[in-house]
Design a protein around this ligand. Structure first.
Ligand SMILES: NC(=O)c1ccc[n+]([C@@H]2O[C@H](COP(=O)([O-])OP(=O)(O)OC[C@H]3O[C@@H](n4cnc5c(N)ncnc54)[C@H](OP(=O)(O)O)[C@@H]3O)[C@@H](O)[C@H]2O)c1
Length: 223
């Protein structure tokens, strides 16, 4: 995953950090072995986690989470790509208003391939390409298990880098263009911060709709 290469991380054993029972990795009691035959388990998942808020390069680390049961309404997705959005950094720092409780797995958007589905799940099958929408915390891991209604099937032709980043910035740009006034072809909009990803999405969407955009950027001549 992108993030795994982008943040310097130290692999550690997960069990004590997450309060998880290591016996799940091996030597299961007989009664659990029998139960495992009738339940769907995820593979173990490598995850970028943080126990405390702070600078991402010092509070994040990569660990391996043990398999979890895929409940009847859940889907296990093998993540293919998960970006580092600026808001992901802010969540780790503890300064973003909406953030998961710690300890937490990083990441909020991404794209993956369905690995397995719970017994009651309809409309999704192993191999489907899916994105979480609304975006859902914990995408910086190799296998994510969440309720089926989080996952939305997309075309297998979708470029992975676009699919992984479509749910936050492009949708924010759409809402900026649609939620405050009615814009028609020939209208003009003005925005600052136009080099931002959101700003670039605004430019592209406006152009697609025949709306003129005037884009203000800061002067960075000397840096
Ligand atoms: N509410 C939502 O759901 C939502 C979702 C997504 C984004 N957002 C917000 O939308 C904004 C853009 O997000 P993004 O992810 O697209 O950001 P981004 O790609 O990281 O871009 C940051 C922008 O801020 C500019 N900037 C940074 N420091 C500046 C400074 N000191 N003075 C002037 N300009 C400065 C940058 O200019 P340079 O290129 O010159 O560095 C760039 O245009 C952020 O405020 C973000 O919080 C909100």
């Amino acid at each position: 995953m992108v993030v795994a290469r982008s943040i310097a991380l130290k692999a550690v054993n997960t069990a004590s950090l997450w309060g998880l029972n290591r016996s799940r990795f091996g030597g299961l009691p007989k009664v659990q072995t029998v139960r495992a035959l009738s339940t769907i388990m995820s593979p173990p998942s490598k995850a970028v986690v943080y126990e405390h808020h702070g600078p991402p390069d010092s509070v994040t680390r990569m660990i391996e989470l043990p398999p979890v049961e895929v409940q009847e309404n859940q889907v296990c997705v093998k993540m293919l790509a998960a970006p580092i959005n600026p808001s992901d950094i802010n969540r780790i720092e503890g300064v973003y208003p909406v953030r998961p409780q710690v300890p937490a797995v990083g990441g909020y958007e991404g794209v993956g391939e369905v690995y397995s589905v719970g017994s009651a799940v309809k409309g999704l099958s192993p191999g489907d390409l899916v994105i979480p929408s609304p975006p859902s915390s914990g995408t910086w891991q190799t296998y994510v298990v969440k309720d089926h209604d989080i996952w939305h099937k997309i075309s297998k032709d979708s470029p992975i880098e676009y699919a992984a980043t479509v749910t936050v910035n492009p949708l924010t740009a759409i809402r900026m263009l649609e939620d405050f006034t009615t814009l028609s072809a020939g209208d003009s909009i003005v925005q600052n911060g136009a080099t931002s990803i959101v700003g670039q999405c605004v430019i592209q969407l406006a152009r697609y709709r025949g709306i003129h955009s005037i884009n203000i950027i800061r002067d960075r001549c000397c840096t």
